[in-house]
Design a protein. Structure first.
Length: 430
């Protein structure tokens, strides 16, 4: 069984390499010829630990190849995975243009029975629309089945998550198609949940929105903890010991970012609105996330008696560690607010590069942590890269003008930092 992956973004490349590693013959398709050329040479357009090695391994093994011709890809493969992006439209809904485009290509070039599997995160009923889009483009009515197989991997741990998923969800009205897609994952030990396409689509949104809810819940509580002088990290440690709550996604911080939680929460809210249902909890989740950076920046500003003309070090700009992804990164919101408050900003990230539009004489990026923190009046930790946890804070204090740490991810040991002579402020952790 040959597999075609349409869309060589984050999910597409990882899924392709998972199947290549499981021994299947995989073709990666993207109409971006530069991306395809780079992938064929073993180069990724994003940073993800371990993925580059697997890419090189399977270019050599011949289990994966990359092409830019939809016609060739569609004709030569019986199983097609759709992994194209579904970005937010202006109104918050998911923009399905790319999904529709690949559906039309599949319809036009189809030459025999195909199983079309959707991995892209798509609103409820997209699988149904997909059938229509494919049929409308067919010149001959070749049969096909559609399967929803949502992806739950996290950036920064994409490979581990792909090989050790908590569950595999398969939604299809065709028993045959569902069995074929299940068989692709035979070697993966994970519970399987087979359901309808609409339920599978909903599971993906509901899961992401629930994780975002956990985060916003503790982030809002962190504001109260801050005022009460109670440590939110200790509170969530105690909460997480209850198996009904669980310890994960209870880490208070400057808010969630990335390509999924913000976009998918908005898309689910849009679907609810379309159906005249008020998802008031999710509405609040988004509002808390949007105000978390401002809430803490205001508190920190008071500690410094204003940010104007102060030199602030920013450590970590990606939305989380182990990725160079800056989409919806809270650090960028912080930098923008500091620019508005006329601070001088010195930025460091082990991998991610500060976008051009934020660079200026007063916003600069440096390669080394100790250079970044030179003459700083305070440092704000925005993503919890191990480099910062393991940095020599004893030595770093000597290069700073004032020894003030604002730990936006509660990643350092506050007591330890205080011992070293820093004024340490975390999130909900006075
Ligand atoms: C998420 C989902 O976890 C994954 O299942 C889905 O497929 C895609 O979206 P991702 O966005 O890659 O994955 O990263 P994740 O680890 O979930 O973190 C998202 C954001 O939440 C980050 O900004 C992170 O810093 C923040 N976060 C996470 C917290 O603030 N606190 C936590 O306890 C956990």
């Amino acid at each position: 069984m040959n597999i075609l992956i349409m869309g060589m973004g984050y999910v597409g490349v990882t899924t392709g390499l998972l199947f290549a590693e499981l021994g299947w013959q995989v073709t990666g398709l993207d109409t971006d010829t530069i991306k395809i050329q780079a992938l064929s040479e073993g180069k990724l357009s994003f940073y993800e630990p371990g993925l580059d090695l697997l890419l090189k391994k399977h270019i050599e093994s011949g289990n994966i190849n990359f092409i830019s011709s939809p016609e060739k890809g569609i004709r030569e493969n019986a199983i097609i995975f759709i992994c194209v992006g579904t970005p937010s439209d202006k109104d918050g809904s998911a923009d399905l243009q790319a999904v529709r485009g690949v559906a039309q290509s599949i319809g036009s070039f189809m030459n025999e029975y195909k199983i079309i599997t959707v991995k892209s995160t798509v609103p409820i009923d997209t699988n149904r629309k997909l059938v229509q889009w494919v049929q409308e483009s067919q010149s001959y009515p070749h049969p096909f089945d559609v399967v929803s197989n949502p992806e739950f991997l996290r950036e920064g741990s994409a490979l581990y998550d792909s090989f050790h998923p908590d569950r595999i969800v398969i939604g299809s009205t065709s028993e045959h198609a569902s069995t074929v897609i299940q068989s692709l994952y035979d070697q993966i030990k994970a519970p399987l949940f087979v359901t309808t396409p609409r339920t599978a689509e909903m599971i993906k949104y509901a899961s992401n929105a629930f994780l975002a809810t956990k985060i916003s819940y503790v982030n809002e509580l962190s504001r109260l903890c801050e005022t009460l002088g109670v440590n939110i990290s200790d509170v969530t440690t105690g909460m997480g010991m209850d198996q009904r709550i669980g310890p994960q996604f209870l880490k208070a911080g400057i808010g969630y970012g990335g390509s999924c939680f913000p976009k998918d929460s908005m898309a689910l809210l849009y679907t609810a609105k379309e159906n005249q249902i008020d998802l008031s909890i999710l509405d609040k989740v988004v509002a808390v996330n949007n105000s978390q950076t401002t809430h803490f920046l205001n508190l920190w500003e008071q500690q410094l008696c204003g940010f104007r003309d102060k030199t602030i070090g920013i450590l970590g700009i990606s939305f989380k560690p182990n990725t160079d992804d800056l989409r919806e990164a809270p650090a960028l919101a912080i930098i923008q607010q500091l620019i508005d408050k006329q601070a001088n900003i010195r930025v460091h990230d082990p991998i991610a590069k500060l976008p051009e539009h934020l660079r200026s004489a007063s916003v600069q990026q440096f390669d080394a942590i100790e250079i970044t923190l030179q003459q700083c009046d305070a440092v704000i930790l925005c993503s919890e890269w191990k480099d910062y946890r393991e940095a020599n804070w004893q030595q770093l204090r000597t290069v700073m003008n004032k020894q003030v740490i604002f730990d936006g991810r509660n990643m350092l040991d506050g007591k330890e930092m205080t011992k070293l002579g820093y004024s340490y402020f975390g999130i909900g952790n006075r």
